[in-house]
Ligand binder design. Structure first.
Ligand SMILES: Cc1ncc(COP(=O)(O)O)c(C=O)c1O
Length: 412
């Protein structure tokens, strides 16, 4: 399978210092592209060291929209002028949820999912509260209910939609199960209720093909440090459909760089046109260059090939898990249909935390997701089929040892 892999050559485009480590966490922190260290050195020495403050005018001020356009047009199906690279997903969610409320005056309800990533739930709760509204939660009431494994359908959302809903916030790819929500069906249902759709694409960007305008989506946010390999703490992105730009009001964080003329030092804030108004304060040019490198690699490999390999890698992992782990009580927490999952999967076991730590100690690096998930990120540009085999073989050995030890215990 590795010999037939159309993306096999991309692994050499990354700096891999220890080939013996099986890295199955590229969906949390992507690997380091081989060109990034050199690019960072160049930015530090030339753009900062040599050009000093002049670099802001010469290059850096344009980066949030320039890198945003590169990312958006290559990976989101976006038009130029719709995508901005800045801040964190958390901050961008805060800004766009407030913007959504402003675009739907008189409506108070925000719809979100109980099983979504914590920051999404926390920010949704805070924004709804600040707007005097409330969150209408999707998903099981019981906090101990297992995390959903199947994709979210329009019918799951429909019951929560009514004429007081301003905005619906959901993840395009679930952070635990890897399930891809019915993006088009949900967006259409949300629009029928007159509300706006905000997709969190943190686990989707760079792992599945996205065409936000074709989905008729309104707003979106996402990470760059996962499948885009932009490095720890690299800035996130936000996207706003062009058709909404003329209706946008002043952002909740009216920072000087989001003002119409940042250097006018004006007495009062006037928002810049379009998405640029969501730029709050000074950006991080060094990290922005890392986003550029990561996006360029993903764009070069192309999402159709990335998606094909993600399906093949996850299918292979599921096949091995079915053979080796299911008989030992490990449960698959990811859709079986490859159409419905991204590039990661989750395996559930009551001892998942200890198993994950034992794997890491043995040189296999997945991550643990509470309460009982071992999450395997199979980043298509850098993960080999051999890694999937060897990683699951290591997990099999650990679970089998645990199983044997428990089976050997005397009956109480
Ligand atoms: C779905 C999802 N949303 C948001 C975030 C948080 O992003 P940030 O740390 O950039 O605010 C993550 C981080 O893993 C995530 O998985």
């Amino acid at each position: 399978m590795d010999a037939a892999d159309e993306l096999a050559a991309y692994r050499a485009r990354f700096t891999i210092t220890d080939d013996a480590v099986i890295y199955l966490d590229g969906n949390s922190l992507g690997r380091l592209p081989a060109t990034t260290a050199g690019r960072v050195a160049e930015v530090v020495e030339q753009e900062w060291g040599a050009r000093l403050i002049r670099s802001w005018e010469e290059r850096w001020l344009a980066l949030p929209t320039q890198v945003g356009d590169r990312l958006g047009t290559a990976l989101l199906g976006a038009e130029a002028g719709e995508t901005l690279v800045c801040d964190t997903v958390t901050t961008n969610l805060f800004k766009l949820l407030h913007a959504a409320y402003d675009l739907r005056p008189g409506r108070g309800t925000l719809v979100a999912h109980r099983a979504d990533f914590p920051t999404d739930r926390f920010v949704a709760t805070a924004v709804a509260d600040q707007r005097g509204g409330l969150v209408s939660w999707l998903g099981p009431l019981d906090p101990d209910a297992p995390a959903p494994t199947e994709p979210l359908a329009a019918s799951d959302v429909a019951a929560a939609l009514h004429d007081d809903v301003a905005v619906v916030l959901l993840s395009a790819v679930d952070y635990r199960s890897g399930a891809i929500a019915d993006l088009a069906g949900i967006t259409a249902a949300v629009h029928r209720a007159g509300a706006l759709m905000l997709w969190d694409c943190s686990h989707a960007v760079g792992s599945i093909e996205l065409d936000l305008p074709a989905l008729d989506a309104d707003l979106a946010v996402g990470c760059t440090y996962k499948y885009l390999n932009a490095g720890p703490g690299a800035p996130a992105w936000l996207w706003v459909a062009t058709r909404l730009h003329d209706e946008l009001t002043d952002p909740v964080i009216p920072g000087w760089l989001g003002a119409d003329d940042a250097f006018a030092m004006a007495r009062d804030y006037t928002a810049a046109a379009g998405v640029r108004r969501f730029l709050s304060g000074t950006t991080a040019p060094i990290a922005m260059r890392c986003v550029e490198e990561g996006v360029a690699l993903v764009a070069e490999a192309g999402l159709p090939a990335i998606r094909r390999k993600a399906r093949a890698l996850t299918s292979y992992a599921i096949e091995l898990a079915d053979d080796w782990l299911a008989p030992l009580g490990v449960r698959l927490g990811t859709p079986r249909d490859p159409q419905h999952r991204g590039a990661h999967l989750t395996l559930h076991h009551p001892d998942a935390r200890a198993l994950t730590q034992a794997l890491i100690d043995g040189g296999v690096v997945p991550d643990f997701r509470a309460p009982d998930g071992i999450r395997l990120g199979l980043s298509p540009l850098t993960t080999r089929f051999t890694d999937v085999h060897d990683g699951l073989a290591a997990l099999h050995a650990l679970v089998a040892a645990l199983h044997d030890a428990t089976a050997g215990e005397p009956e109480p």
